[in-house]
Design a protein around this ligand. Structure first.
Ligand code: AMP
Length: 191
């Protein structure tokens, strides 16, 4: 099993690129944002609990996403690998993921971090709002809050993986295919 994290602020292209990488390298794509949006759309107990938090652009509690991810890892025992998108977003989530993977005799190979300039992020998110229907993309102040939350809560996660020699920054500016080629090179070096 070979596993990757894809990281980067909201609007950095994580979703687009991880779907492409999953298909190219036969990885299972796990996005906590997508899973949570499904819960909200289905108005489950969990969905109702997290809806407001997501609308504000804040983080849902660690235990919620940790148990969702552990469940998906368990139910995909024959997977060749996973690409985790939007998870972990806190150091506690990172530690929980490491221990879940360790129990399965595997680990993270690389943390791929998409680097995109701030103005480009805001531009991409407001543009995405026109088609995604995501309420958290529509409002510029919420977009700014999500970028701020990323900086405050998620940057320590980058340091965690730097300390474990797994950090791999990738230029996330420019053409989708060019960015994909940059990411693919790193992924194929692991596989
Ligand atoms: P995303 O699609 O990854 O941008 O996530 C959308 C929203 O879902 C975030 O703004 C958070 O409210 C929530 N969310 C997604 N993943 C996580 C996570 N790993 N930890 C906490 N909250 C999360």
């Amino acid at each position: 099993m070979t596993n990757f994290l894809i990281f980067g602020p909201p609007g950095s292209g994580k979703g687009t690129q991880s779907v492409k990488l999953a298909s190219e390298f036969k990885l299972i794509h796990l996005s906590t944002g997508d899973m949570l949006r499904e819960e909200v759309a289905a108005q489950t107990e969990l969905g109702k609990k997290v809806e407001g938090i997501m609308q504000r652009g804040d983080l849902v509690p660690d235990e919620v996403v940790i148990s969702m991810i552990a469940g998906r890892i368990d139910s995909n025992k024959d997977a060749e690998g996973f690409i985790f998108d939007g998870f972990p977003r806190t150091v506690d989530q990172a530690k929980a993921l490491d221990s879940t993977l360790e129990d399965k005799g595997t680990s993270i190979c690389k943390m791929l971090v998409l680097e995109v300039e701030h103005d480009e992020l805001v531009k991409r998110l407001l543009k995405r709002a026109e088609v995604s229907g995501r309420p958290d993309d529509k409002d510029e102040s919420i977009v700014e809050n999500r970028i701020k939350v990323y900086g405050e809560k998620t940057e320590p996660v980058i340091n965690y993986y730097k300390d474990h020699n797994k950090y791999q920054p990738v230029n996330g500016m420019g053409d989708i295919e060019d960015i994909f080629n940059r990411l693919s090179k790193v992924v194929s070096d692991c596989i």
